[in-house]
Design a protein around this ligand. Structure first.
Ligand SMILES: Cc1cc2nc3c(=O)[nH]c(=O)nc-3n(C[C@H](O)[C@H](O)[C@H](O)COP(=O)(O)OP(=O)(O)OC[C@H]3O[C@@H](n4cnc5c(N)ncnc54)[C@H](O)[C@@H]3O)c2cc1C
Length: 245
């Protein structure tokens, strides 16, 4: 049984640089009740004068006792993300509550083939799903389509490469919007229907699709899938719009 969601004081145990503008914070969270891949937490920062700022962040790690990983992409001129990416140090503490979210979740009880479509930092909860899938006994086929500006903007690049080469039934593809690799046949640009798999109706109807990223990305990817005949009921979305307040 998971207890009620309450604020907890957490400590930064480790920081991992992912790209020039994104960082993973490994957090010690004593008494963490556990989570499912796809869920998020609320982070609350409190200044010395009592001013507080609160934002949502997806959990990047698969479920583990007393440990959580968050990956934060810096939003320029943002209030919270530059602090978490540039300033926070090992040993610093802040508050967090969760896990939050009951709809955008994957567990190994879901046996359907899974299509994951992530834009920018929208990869974070999808990475938690890939990690949970790798650690589980599930044989569900996974197909991840990850849209990033350039190869330098790809989060978890080494781990994704390892997963793709070590696991036959987890397929990983990249869509670069501003600049790709010299050997890429695809020209840089936004996700289009050409980047999405063409599937028989029987396969489409039995899929579970998760889309995550900025509002515009999620809207556009959802519309492409609907136009290709994917039933709306198979599509779950998470939008990384501003969460300040
Ligand atoms: C459920 C959920 C999960 C999330 N998970 C993650 C995650 O795993 N990693 C992550 O990096 N972010 C995630 N976010 C986004 C995060 O909550 C913040 O919105 C983001 O870090 C920006 O906060 P900020 O205080 O730096 O910017 P703010 O001070 O809130 O905003 C500064 C300016 O940037 C704009 N802005 C704010 N947020 C965004 C954004 N996401 N994209 C583009 N422009 C924006 C604002 O409109 C404003 O103009 C998630 C959001 C949601 C709703």
């Amino acid at each position: 049984m998971r207890g009620p969601i309450r604020w907890r004081r957490v400590r930064v145990a480790e920081t991992l640089s992912e790209t020039r503008t994104a960082r993973t914070l490994v957090l010690d969270v004593p008494g963490w009740p556990g989570h499912d891949a796809g869920q998020h937490v609320d982070v609350r920062l409190t200044a010395e004068d009592g001013y507080t700022a609160q934002r949502s962040y997806s959990i990047a790690s698969a479920d583990a006792r007393d440990r959580l990983e968050l990956t934060i992409q810096e939003v320029s001129a943002g209030e919270v993300s530059p602090y978490l990416v540039q300033t926070v140090e090992v040993g610093d503490e802040f508050e967090l509550r969760g896990p939050v979210g009951g709809w955008f979740r994957w567990t190994s009880a879901v046996t359907n083939p899974v299509l994951l479509i992530g834009g920018g930092s929208g990869i974070v909860p999808l990475m938690a799903m890939v990690r949970a899938r790798v650690r589980s006994v599930s044989q569900a086929p996974f197909h991840l389509i990850y849209s990033a500006r350039t190869p330098d903007h790809v989060l978890y690049a080494n781990e994704l490469f390892q997963v793709a080469t070590a696991t036959n039934d987890i397929k990983i593809e990249f869509v670069f919007t501003r600049g790709g690799l010299p050997e890429d046949a695809r020209r840089p640009g936004r996700l289009t229907s050409v980047d999405l798999p063409v599937l028989d109706e029987s396969v489409r109807d039995g899929m579970r699709i998760y889309i995550c990223g900025p509002n515009g990305f999620v809207e556009s990817a959802s519309q492409l899938l609907l136009a290709m005949g994917h039933p709306a009921a198979t599509i779950r979305t998470e939008r990384f719009g501003p969460t300040g307040g």
